[in-house]
Design a binder for this molecule. Structure first.
Ligand code: CA
Ligand code: CA
Ligand code: CA
Length: 104
């Protein structure tokens, strides 16, 4: 029965890693204050919104980094959440996942 126990422990560890990775992912995208403090994101275009792919955890805030990872195009400062969608440019200007949605 020892083999079965090893299998069970392995399964438990795998489950733990899965839960931990979900929790870690959550700190990058969560809106809670605690999460915002522990994650920073590189803001290349300087629009105040960071690239979610550049997240760093538990490091000091530094120049060129911001506390959110909401930029869907960090190479264009005219593309960021909260701005008006520009019609017919085939770009998701306001980062809501929809392209030219206000143009219909
Ligand atoms: Ca940016
Ligand atoms: Ca949009
Ligand atoms: Ca657009």
């Amino acid at each position: 029965m020892a083999k079965y126990d090893v299998y069970q422990v392995g399964l438990a560890v795998a489950l733990l890693i899965l839960v931990a990775s979900f929790a870690l992912y959550g700190t990058g995208t969560s809106v809670t204050g605690y999460a915002a403090k522990s994650a920073i994101y590189k803001d290349v275009d300087g629009d105040g919104y960071g690239n979610p792919a550049t997240v760093k955890y538990n490091v000091r805030q530094s120049v060129g980094y911001v506390l959110n990872g909401l930029d869907c195009n960090d190479n264009n400062k005219r593309v960021k959440p909260g701005i008006n969608e520009v019609c017919k440019n085939k770009i998701d200007d306001n980062c809501n996942g929809l392209i030219d949605e206000s143009c219909r």
